[in-house]
Design a protein around this ligand. Structure first.
Ligand code: AHN
Ligand code: ZN
Length: 340
């Protein structure tokens, strides 16, 4: 009899403790209502991020590839330049084409068209997003040597960054920025190099020494290069970390926050000469490069994606999931910046 009574008391204690714990848990997870009956305000204002349209990015990559190779000095190059200006005029407040004649590695003179599009042009607090739009005149990495002197399609190397930024421009048009300004720049004559690294990136070098507006300033820049391949991984490139470590941190954290930690691991790789090197060293804009580059993972293609500078750099290699990860990360950076 005595034992049964003790058992009942014990069970009662256990049940009471369990309910108390449940209630305690409930009160800590739900925010307490304030006196006015509303929930307490969160410490940071809620940011509305537009949804990046990766299908638009993909279609704008296809459109560029459909022109044929965009090699400086060819009719296809000029046609694509005109189209880029038209396309950006649909979303930007202002589009300027900076023109010049440049001398490439073999002494040939080619026309250069840098396409510069501004959103919220009156803002003094600006961010520059950029990518090269020209394509390489030769497939010097192709296994078939008989076709190594033919120009490449450049779906990933060229068109991918431009496609992402055209779609991003559409988001900016539909969801206007309130505070910051953005400039989307498409660099020309990036991939007409051979030998010395300085023979590459001639369009961005030209702009860095001859700005379209001498008083142009940007707080920082983000360059995109080869951002469309399936299963791409973007590690933190050496010049980016050296010249703009805070921007690297900001962009990689935004990638994680947007849900794309797999694309943006917190891992460093060697430096690679790309447009951002000249924007940092000659253009005075702290700029990072989002680029698929890793010598350890891709020792057979100089650290780039396996179809780099071959005739296999075509639409089959482009994956909307990669475009989405990059575009949504950029939108997270921009709309956070606009809110703070
Ligand atoms: C060099 O090959 C020195 N830099 C790579 C820049 C590049 C080429 N980006 C795309 N294609
Ligand atoms: Zn290239």
């Amino acid at each position: 009899m005595k034992n049964k009574f003790l058992n009942i008391v014990l069970i009662a204690i256990i049940v009471m403790t369990w309910t108390a714990c449940q209630q305690d848990g409930a009160t800590t997870t739900k925010p307490k209502p304030s006196k006015s009956g509303q929930q307490t305000a969160p410490s940071k204002p809620k940011v509305n991020y537009p949804k990046f349209d990766e299908t638009s990015a993909y279609n704008h990559i296809q459109k560029q590839v459909d022109f044929g190779p965009r090699v400086p000095g060819t009719p296809e190059h000029k046609m694509c330049a005109d189209w880029l200006k038209e396309e950006m005029s649909l979303t930007a407040d202002k589009v300027i084409v900076q023109e010049a004649k440049l001398t490439v590695f073999d002494g040939k003179q080619v026309p250069m068209y840098n396409v510069i599009s501004s959103y919220n042009p009156s803002s003094k607090n600006r961010i520059m997003l950029s990518a090269h739009w020209d394509t390489r005149p030769f497939a010097d990495q192709d296994a078939d040597e008989s076709k190594a002197d033919q120009p490449i399609q450049g779906a990933n190397d060229g068109a991918s960054g431009v496609g992402v930024l055209i779609a991003l421009g559409e988001s900016l048009k539909a969801n206007p920025l309130k505070n910051i300004g953005v400039d989307i720049v498409f660099w020309d004559v990036e991939d007409y190099g051979k030998g010395e690294a300085e023979t590459y990136c001639l369009g961005s070098q030209h702009w860095s020494n001859n700005k379209h507006n001498p008083s142009y300033r940007a707080k920082y820049g983000i360059l995109l290069d080869m951002v469309g391949a399936k299963n791409a991984i973007f590690k933190q490139e050496g010049y980016s970390v050296h010249y703009a470590p805070q921007v690297v941190k900001k962009v990689w954290e935004a990638g994680h926050k947007a849900g794309y930690s797999g694309f943006f691991p917190f891992a460093k790789v060697d430096p690679i000469t790309d447009d951002h090197k000249f924007l940092n060293e000659m253009g005075d804009i702290p700029t990072i490069d989002i680029i698929q580059y890793d010598r350890k993972s891709f020792p057979n293609s100089n650290g780039f994606f396996p179809h780099w500078h071959t005739h296999e750099d075509n639409m089959d290699k482009i994956d909307k999931r990669t475009l989405k990860a990059v575009g949504q990360t950029l939108l997270t950076v921009l709309y956070d910046e606009d809110a703070n």
